[in-house]
Design a protein around this ligand. Structure first.
Ligand SMILES: [Zn+2]
Length: 104
């Protein structure tokens, strides 16, 4: 007589119907756990991908911010002494005195 063996626990049955009934009754909980574990590992993989994407984006933004900072430094360095102030104010020692007022 042919035997039908459960793949999960090795129990033997004499008909495929009996085996199917056993699997459903004894192992449906376990297969639910398996499905949960699969889902969790999928989520884990997705999170890892999102994490590495975020790192890429942050690296990109940091590079850009750094470049923009360098650009704006160059622009700001020209402005105050050459164009920003009227002639009488350039090299006027009172400007420094007045600028310090209220800060000390
Ligand atoms: Zn079994």
């Amino acid at each position: 007589m042919k035997r039908y063996v459960c793949q999960r626990c090795g129990k033997e049955f004499t008909s495929p119907q009996a085996l199917a009934g056993h699997v459903k009754a004894a192992h449906s909980g376990a297969s639910k756990t398996d499905r949960m574990l699969t889902l969790l590992s999928n989520i884990d993989n997705r999170l890892a991908r999102i994490e590495s994407l975020l790192e890429e984006i942050l690296g990109f933004l940091r590079d850009r911010a750094f470049q923009e900072l360098k650009l704006s430094e160059k622009v700001e360095l020209k402005l105050p002494s050459e164009e920003g102030l009227p002639e009488y104010a350039v090299n006027n020692p009172w400007i420094n005195v007045l600028a310090r007022r209220g800060r000390d």
